[in-house]
Ligand binder design. Structure first.
Ligand code: BGP
Length: 476
């Protein structure tokens, strides 16, 4: 197994606009879907101040630079740039992102910019969200403004972050707006519509002769049968089809394969529903599949599937009370615990093998993939802050095991160009708030002071040497 990371490998840190910026009402920013939800009566938390990245970005980029972090994932807030989602451009939004991007470059922390990380403008959300196909062209118009404003300096673009999370969390699990549950038909339709928007924006970018590259970020949860029986294996295949395969086909084959559609149609038939597509969608898909430069792969966990014919039921663990999650979908399967696999406090199985398998699977099933970046991976943890120090050894162990999986895939020929830990600093968690921390840098939200965790020193040593180092191997 290769011990060293390839030359030029990026040791990055990931963020997303809504989770770090705060300043939700400053400088003309318009409301997005999450503002309404997080400010509802009785909400446990909201996005102010988050990590106050809107004002603290220089401090964060200085820290990134000092800790040998040479890439950062940021996303653009659509409603900072277009407060109503369309129409008049807010110059203050453009100015902010110009300053941010320039500072990234000045500090040698290359920006990887995502156009949409869950924060759809509120009026579009209220008007049908991604079920309304009008949103596709509105997104492409917004993308064009961003490509024109920042395309001379941004060398890595992603159209969307995790279409599957928008579909699953919003329409199956009910822990993202609009908090619907078990709407399988809607979830599949949204995946398709998002992939059309992705393809159209990507094709537009490619027509603009800009110097950078463009891809998409998918969350690729691993799927395993809990025991090797035909029924459990089928549950695994169905969950994989709706969560991963359907969108990977759109991305890389430029169409849905017959096998994929076999699974999707089975799910739709059993739950009642159909998929609406237009002929032109597949023309856009095919064109985009031939031009996509990279895949951003977010990987945290895998699911263990058991056949399940009962009614759908989901309980979301949003407080870190271990062992409280339930996830069973009618005619797809039940995600059950595997006693041989440890979990985080939020019941996410820790299974690096699943990451390796997903990397290999992309290379095997979609050999035109060009390059993969691990665009998110990391561990939510209730960090203890003791005398200004944070010993997050379990996080270091988690990341070490996942980086070993990456190295194994690389040694077997998979082209992986970088790793962006989720997250650079502690950030707001969408459905867990501020107590689920992921950062290399601890954020004291009251003072906005940053404290490097043990993992930050470890990450620095690794980036300097270009190889995995021990948890106590601290860079000089
Ligand atoms: C991914 C999202 C991130 C981030 C991460 C951790 O799905 O792209 O934005 O939130 O998950 O999730 P959570 O905060 O729910 O633990």
């Amino acid at each position: 197994m290769a011990q060293k990371f390839p030359d030029g490998f990026i040791f990055g840190g990931a963020t997303a606009a809504y989770q770090v910026e705060g300043a939700t009402r400053e400088d003309g920013r318009g409301p997005c879907v999450w503002d309404e939800y997080m400010n509802r009566p009785g909400a446990r938390f909201n996005a102010d101040p988050a990590s106050d990245f809107y004002h603290q970005y220089k401090q964060d980029l200085q820290l990134a630079h000092d800790f040998h972090i040479n890439g950062i994932r940021i996303s653009l807030s659509w409603t900072r740039i277009l407060p109503d989602g369309e129409g008049k451009v807010n110059q203050a939004g453009i100015d902010y992102y110009n300053k941010l991007i320039d500072e990234c470059i000045r500090q040698g922390v290359e920006p990887f910019v995502t156009l949409h990380h869950f924060d759809t403008p509120l009026p579009f959300f209220q008007n049908g969200h991604w079920l309304n196909r009008d949103l596709i062209d509105k997104f492409v118009a917004y993308a064009k403004i961003c490509f024109e404003a920042f395309g001379d300096r941004v060398m890595k673009w992603a159209t969307f972050n995790e279409p599957w999370s928008i579909a699953q969390n919003g329409y199956l699990a009910g822990n993202f707006p609009p908090h619907e549950t078990f709407q399988i038909e809607k979830a599949i339709q949204i995946e398709h519509n998002l992939m059309v928007a992705h393809a159209k924006a990507l094709n537009l970018y490619k027509s603009m002769n800009l110097p950078g590259r463009i891809g998409i970020v998918h969350t690729l949860e691993g799927k395993e049968a809990i025991t090797d029986t035909p029924k459990n294996n089928h549950a695994r295949d169905l969950d994989d089809a709706i969560s991963n395969r359907f969108m990977l086909d759109a991305c890389y084959l430029g169409r849905y394969s017959e096998t994929t559609m076999g699974f999707i149609n089975e799910i739709l038939q059993k739950n009642g529903g159909s998929l609406l597509t237009e002929e032109q969608d597949f023309v856009e898909f095919a064109k985009a599949a031939a031009q996509i430069d990279f895949l951003g792969m977010n990987y945290y966990s895998s699911h263990f599937l058991q056949a399940y014919e009962g009614e759908s039921q989901v309980v979301n663990n949003s407080t870190g009370e271990k062992g409280t999650s339930v996830f069973c979908l009618k005619s797809i399967g039940a995600r059950v615990s595997n006693s041989a696999v440890p979990t985080t406090d939020w019941d996410w199985p820790i299974y690096p093998e699943g990451m390796y398998k997903q990397l290999k699977r992309i290379a095997r099933d979609y050999p035109n993939y060009k390059e993969i970046f691990i665009s998110e991976n990391g561990m939510g943890y209730k960090d203890d802050f003791v005398d200004g120090k944070i010993d997050d050894t379990p996080r270091i162990e988690y990341v070490t095991r996942h980086l070993e999986a990456v190295l194994k895939a690389i040694s077997e020929g998979v082209h992986v160009g970088g790793y962006y830990i989720w997250s650079l600093m502690d950030v707001l968690s969408w459905s867990n708030g501020y107590s689920k921390r992921y950062g290399l840098f601890y954020v004291d939200y009251a003072t906005q002071k940053r404290y490097p965790k043990k993992s930050a020193y470890w990450y620095k040593a690794m980036s300097r040497r270009g190889e995995i180092v021990g948890a106590d191997d601290i860079a000089d």
